[in-house]
Design a protein around this ligand. Structure first.
Ligand code: AVJ
Length: 319
């Protein structure tokens, strides 16, 4: 390990059995559910990167283009000498667009639940930005957490991209934004938000022809088999992801294709033919509905950028 990486603050690992608990408790419920944050083991993180490249998944490329186009203005709003704190950092590809535009960025603190993956991508970023203090934190940002100040008590700017906010129920999303506002100590937050649109476009984005989203969804079962010794037959479950136009959300399920029983952690779970396991909601907002929620969370919504087709939006919220 080189000197710069050695200065990284010790990573806080999430508790070891949380996935086991989530599966066992989620399958005991009616309807059955497994929280979407468990998609992101290393395989899941890599499948998600493949989703981002799909022709149907317009979100990532639209957001990236918006970031690229407006980076100079965003950099001005964030100001010089900042510490960037990114919630759910993923592949770290988007932050580069900002780092290249920011005036003398001092530190970067990516927070992600996928520890091995984070270590990998941080190593690659460090090689390209020598002189930037890197502080990866392996943590579940949906839980309360403290991000200790770095030397120099740097001003913070937050990054919360990819429309990850859409995974949370509105009241939970608001509480999460409120907590992020606390973490940022008065600094602003840049949030990427997917917009309400033609339901056919949304449906296609979660039902891609190549079947990558289906593999991403089913990977939850593969992960349970590998990590928990469960005996799911992944082929006996179908990926099902309809758009609920009334509730403005994609709902993702794994549907049991037959009557079957599965054992996880010495517990048996019965599945009826056609019984769904709810694995994700991906809510879509209007520009106005998101700004309203951000304001209720204590932020002052300022600039907002969108593409000509109004597929996606990026919001600058002042702390
Ligand atoms: C990372 C939560 C924003 O909801 O679009 C992609 C995850 N799920 N395809 C989304 C996802 C299926 C993605 N988020």
């Amino acid at each position: 390990m080189d000197a710069r990486l050695a200065r990284i603050a010790p990573a806080k690992a999430p508790s070891g059995n949380s996935f086991a608990e989530a599966v066992v408790m989620g399958l005991a419920r009616t309807p059955k559910e497994i929280a979407c944050k468990y998609f992101y083991d290393e395989t899941g993180s890599r499948l998600f990167d493949q989703i981002c490249e799909l022709p149907e998944y317009y979100q990532t490329r639209t957001e990236r283009a918006l970031l690229q186009r407006h980076a100079p203005e965003i950099a001005r709003l964030m100001g010089p000498e900042v510490e960037i704190v990114e919630f759910g950092a993923g592949s770290l590809r988007k932050v580069r667009l900002l780092l290249d535009a920011l005036k003398n960025p001092r530190a970067y603190t990516p927070v992600d639940i996928s520890g091995d993956y984070l270590a990998d991508v941080v190593r690659a970023l460090g090689a390209d930005y020598p002189g930037l203090t890197l502080r990866p934190l392996v943590a579940d940002f949906t839980l309360p957490m403290t991000v200790p100040a770095l030397a120099g008590r740097l001003r913070r700017a937050g990054l919360f991209t990819g429309s990850t906010i859409g995974n949370f129920k509105p009241d939970v999303a608001m509480a999460l934004l409120r907590r992020m506002r606390g973490t940022l100590n008065g600094g602003g937050l840049l949030v990427g938000v997917d917009l309400v649109k033609d339901p056919r476009r949304l449906h296609a984005a979660y039902n891609d022809a190549a079947g990558i989203t289906a593999a991403f969804n089913t990977n939850l079962l593969v992960r349970a088999n590998r990590e928990l010794g469960a005996d799911f037959d992944p082929d006996a479950f179908a990926h099902y992801a309809p758009y609920n136009a009334l509730a403005h959300r994609i709902e993702m399920y794994l549907v049991s294709l037959k009557r079957q029983s599965v054992t996880v952690d010495d517990q048996r779970f019965e599945f009826a033919q056609g019984e769904p396991v709810h694995t994700e909601d991906s809510r879509k907002y209007t520009i106005e509905s998101f700004r309203e929620m951000a304001a209720r969370a204590g932020f002052s919504p300022r600039a907002v950028w969108t593409d000509p087709e109004r597929l996606f939006s990026i919001h600058w919220l002042e702390g």
